[in-house]
Ligand binder design. Structure first.
Ligand code: F6R
Length: 608
């Protein structure tokens, strides 16, 4: 969850490091620190708080050299104090380490190191890495790092500098992303391309078990046996401008507003309208295998898992393949039989979510066909799956996922048509769905124009302590997502429910203090939804209904309505989610919360 930057070169180190850290603040933000090799010693500043505080503290220094390391932390072991902030040091203060991930066997290693005389100053798991490097250091920092990481169990993306090797940064990776880049501006190490995209658009992604030695003039990547690895540079297809707020008050607003564009990008060049079919280049290599699959299991976490659930409805209905959709975090601990013709689909914005990655590794071990729907190019899930489809949604910085979800739904629709056309879906049926999908960006644009209306509703409902979101069929997952958005950024207790399930228990909670957001579109479950809404009304629960434009029938039944344009039922979640996102956003802002940085949450959950 933490942000890592390392730099060796001629640029102003503090300015470069702080700027890069600010781009990674979404990954972790409870403490921060930096270290630099200068005048044959390591100097360091660490703070408990946000990156701006580190910036202020650095104004009092005159650090100018490199190599240097910067880190923003999201605490896993030990409180977010100055001592626990990274970098962490060895006994002599001649080795500095920044780390993202969790060292699972750190206690054992620490006990042994203490017995050998090492003195620890923090509660972190990271500190053992610095002491191990100190222990193993003979003449070569890379070699000492190699020996160190061979003892570590767990996840790490790490970068190391040492007084003994003032010309280099050594980086290593296991289940936690590390990118490196060397060009005329110098050598860079980062936990995320966003940190250094300003300086380079060509990056090298380390694989698990690889160790990189980065200098101002070049790099070498070796494996655990010290065998040199040849690495390809990956071109990052978004620029700094895209990673900034572009005049919006928050990344979340920018990202919600970008949805028409990101949805368009997800299907651009992929729709074959005449054939009622879809071209997905990333699946070319497995096209024959896909023709014969008899079951698909979609796995993901959080918002992406709700997209997966919509995917289940879409793919079952459009392609007639039975689909299981679930949480990767549960699946990885499940014992279940594997079908010979079963494929697995992993949905992840970041491509780095640890539980999703572990579930993927588990299915790979079983020899299953694995597919990905991933936004971040070159990320672990994108690389580990046999084949996949990129979202092309551009960087998502706000912690609460918005444009990624809409884009995942769009890609899942494409996949459903693709699989359907391999089976019984006719040209006309395919064309009908794809026509509806092509119209989604304009409809989302129309919904975005209702911001003021949604803002007013947020003002009216912001002081309630509880909220229910309910929908059925395609919009049951939308209800789950609406509740997640509200709870994670506004801290209001919110539940997402299938409307049908209300009478099996939860309706007991409803009274005038427990409002409901009902997704009540003119579709196959409209009449059922109206009955469920009536049941809520009978208990005096206030109701906002999300309705289809032109539906007057519902007006008399509920307290407030918001409308979305008419659309094919299977695509309705892409539209229905937008007002729910905006509602959550405005409630959060009106309550004085920063929607981009919810307390205790990080953008990318690389711990399990
Ligand atoms: C909620 C949210 C999270 C993520 C989840 C999976 O707004 O963003 O629930 O959806 O952590 O992340 P990815 O998609 O990166 O695997």
């Amino acid at each position: 969850m933490c942000g890592i930057i390392g730099y060796v070169g001629q640029k102003n180190n503090t300015e470069l490091g702080i700027k890069a850290l600010k781009r990674l603040e979404y990954r972790g933000y409870d403490s921060a620190g930096m270290a630099i090799v200068e005048n044959e010693k390591i100097s360091s500043v660490k703070i408990s708080g946000k990156v701006n505080q580190l910036k202020e503290s650095l104004k009092k220094t005159d650090f100018s050299g490199t190599p240097c390391l910067f880190h923003s932390r999201w605490a896993t072991h030990g409180k977010p104090t100055e001592e626990n902030a990274h970098p962490q040091f060895d006994c002599s203060g001649r080795v500095a380490v920044v780390h993202n991930g969790i060292i699972e066997n750190y206690r054992k290693l620490k006990e042994k190191l203490i017995d050998e005389g090492h003195e620890f100053t923090s509660e972190t798991d990271t500190e053992v890495i610095a002491h191990l490097i100190e222990k193993f250091y003979e003449e070569d920092l890379t070699e000492a790092v190699r020996k160190t990481v061979s003892l570590l169990q767990g996840a790490y993306g790490l970068a190391v500098i040492s007084v003994e090797a003032p010309e280099k940064i050594v980086a290593a990776r296991m289940s936690s992303p590390v990118v490196i880049s060397v060009n005329e501006s110098g050598g860079f190490v980062a936990s995320d391309p966003a940190a250094i995209v300003e300086h380079s658009q060509k990056m090298v992604f380390l694989e698990d078990g690889e160790i990189a030695t980065v200098t101002e003039d070049g790099f070498e990547v070796t494996d655990m046996e010290n065998i040199s690895q040849s690495k390809k540079e990956v071109e990052i297809d978004w620029d700094l401008e895209e990673a900034q707020k572009s005049g919006h008050p928050h990344f979340m607003m920018k990202e919600m507003t970008e949805q028409p564009k990101s949805i368009k990008n997800s299907f651009r060049g992929r729709i074959l309208m005449k054939e009622g079919d879809v071209k997905l280049g990333g699946l070319d290599e497995v096209v024959e295998k896909l023709k014969s699959i008899e079951k698909l299991t979609i796995l993901a976490c959080g918002t992406s898992s709700y997209a997966g659930l919509v995917g289940k409805y879409l793919i079952e209905e459009i392609s007639e393949i039975p689909v299981e959709a679930g949480l990767a975090s549960e699946f990885r601990y499940r014992k279940r039989p594997y079908g010979e013709k079963e494929a697995f689909l992993f949905v992840s914005q970041s491509g780095e979510t640890a539980d999703t990655l572990e579930a993927l590794k588990k299915t790979k071990k079983k020899g299953a066909l694995t597919l990905g729907i991933v936004n971040v190019v070159g990320s672990s899930i994108a690389r580990e799956t046999d084949a996949g489809i990129y979202n092309h949604a551009g960087p998502e910085i706000g912690v609460a996922s918005s444009k990624a979800f809409a884009s995942q739904l769009s890609v899942l629709t494409l996949l459903a048509v693709y699989l359907g056309r391999q089976r019984n879906l006719s040209v006309n049926e395919g064309r009908e769905i794809l026509k509806n999908l092509s119209g989604v960006p304009d409809s989302v644009e129309k919904i975005l124009q209702k911001k003021e209306e949604i803002k007013k509703l947020a003002e009216k409902y912001k002081d309630f302590e509880h909220f229910l979101f309910m929908g059925r069929r395609y919009n049951y997952p939308t209800a789950l997502e609406g509740a997640l958005k509200l709870k994670e950024i506004s801290y209001i207790h919110a539940e997402g429910y299938s409307a049908a399930e209300m009478k099996h228990g939860p309706i007991a909670l409803i009274d005038e203090n427990f409002p409901t957001f009902a997704i009540c579109l003119k579709d196959s479950v409209y009449d059922k939804m109206i009955s469920n809404v009536e049941e809520i009304k009978a208990r005096e629960g206030p109701i906002i209904a999300l309705k289809t434009e032109g539906d007057e029938e519902i007006e008399g039944v509920v307290d407030d309505t918001l409308s979305i344009p008419k659309i094919h039922e299977s695509l309705s979640p892409i539209l229905a989610v937008v007002p729910l996102q905006l509602f959550a956003y405005y409630v959060a802002v009106k309550k004085g919360h920063d929607p981009d940085k919810p307390e205790g949450l990080a953008k990318c959950v690389t711990v399990t």
